[in-house]
Design a protein around this ligand. Sequence first.
Ligand code: M6R
Length: 605
Amino acid sequence: MCGIIGYTGPLQAKDVLLNGLSQLEYRGYDSAGIAYFGPETDVHVVKTTGKVAQLRELCKSVREESHCGIGHTRWATHGGVTVENAHPHQAGKVTLIHNGIIENYHQLTVDFQLEGKLISQTDSEVAARVLDAIYDGDPLASIRRLIPLLEGSYGFCILFSDHPGEIYAVRNVSPLVAAYTHSGSIIASDLTALIPYTKKYAVVPENKIVRLTPYRMEFYEMDGQPARPEFLEVNWDTDAAMKNGFPHFMLKEIHEQPEALKNTILPRLSRGLPDFGEDKIPDALFARCSQIRIVACGTAMHAGMVARAVMEPLLRIPVLVSVASEFRYEDPLVSEETLTIVISQSGETIDTLAALRLAKELGSRVLSVVNVKGSTIARESDFVLYTHAGPEIAVASTKAYSVQLAALYMIACRMALVRGKMTEEEGAAFMKDLLDVIPAMEEMLRQSEEIKNIVRPLVDKPDAFFIGRNLDYAFSLEGALKLKEISYIHADAYAAGELKHGTIALIADQVPVIALATQDRVFSKMISNVREVKARGAYVILITKNGAEAAADLADVRIRIPDLHDRFTVFPIAVVLQLIAYYASLLKGLDVDQPRNLAKSVTVE
Ligand code: M6R
């Protein structure tokens, strides 16, 4: 969850670290700190609670030159948000930063008699003290002895005060990428901090040790032998990770959706049909399974809910969706005949990764839909379909959701073709409908101002309800999540037909209800449900297709989306629901991109 960075080279380390931390801040923003070698080879630490901007202020008083250091932006797990708990942590000759959780920290505290010595309440400081206790002047050997003692996940960057100019790093589960450039060596938990310096980077392999010096980057196996990492090249540049004139990353990313969809769909079209040849995904994968399990978290799981509603009726095989953190404990019915589809923007979500590993253990083949190239989930999957959304920085996921949907729709279409559930003609029509969502999304983006005005009456309300039937229900789930995570308005989604079984008790005068009625098959039933909430005083924002005039007088406000086939309305609806959440947060004066208590990638269970 935390952002970590290390730099050694000719540039001012303080500047490289602070700029990197600003790029990584979306990974955690409770507190931040840096450590650097001073001119006397001593290691100095500056840290504070709050955001990177506060750390930057504090660092203004740092006058001395430094060319080697490490930096951290924290999402609190062990221990509250205090300066003591902020990273880096120091113990003797060791200064370290950590992303992850050391699960056996308590046992280590006992074994190494650390009680009474710890300054913070963090598991990370325990790791620093254990490393200092076993340190014998040889960093590589000492890290090798440390690793078997640790249980849990970690990405560490470490300075040893008697090895100036050098940074050591090691990881298990938690991500680390590193690069050697003409401006020195750099390592970080995320690519966004590296791209100002290079496009070529190495994914630090698990349980290998990296030594960075200003002149080289070396990887070692645990037995001390040199190791070879995998080098990758990123296909986006610094601009993609900047706001480019938008006030927030979230708004920029909402606007990037049409382009992201084109990038995800067009390279995979062959004679109008989906073709995964370049992705090396064989048709046999789709032909032989007898059920599909979709596993993901948060927004990615909601994309899975939509995919389920499209796939099962089309493919006529069971398609089940599980929240990844539950999947592991529900003793899932998974076998060699199951195709598991894992969805993740970051490719690092720990619950999703654990579910993937379990599915593989149970014999299932795993196809992942991932945005971040070379991420752990991508590497551990049997097959990967990369979405090409570019970097998503805002904590609230937007463009990742729509490209996940596009990728899943393409999988549905390819599978239907392979399994004889669609003719080529039907497949081409399906793909044409998918491409038609792009102008439909653009049309909704042009209505941003109207949507902003529609949102105004919502912002002082404590609750909001999203209702819909069938696919509209799956879309509602995402609308509610988006609204609550960035506006802090309590929002929930309900299958509209289920309301009268309890929830309608909460509908009173002026309670906002966002009603989605874009599914022709259940339109009239949905309108009856809208009448029910209206009769109880709800303030109704009704979203329908352009042509649906039936309920013209029913709602307080009406939003019309282009007239698409039912299956495809999710794309323009996603834009509407994202903009509702965005403007609610903005009008409340909240931190849109970095909402409280959250972090972009959730690498703890
Ligand atoms: O990186 P992932 O797609 O695996 O992340 C999954 C969720 O943590 C993520 O979608 C989260 O729910 C977002 N904050 C929602 O906007």
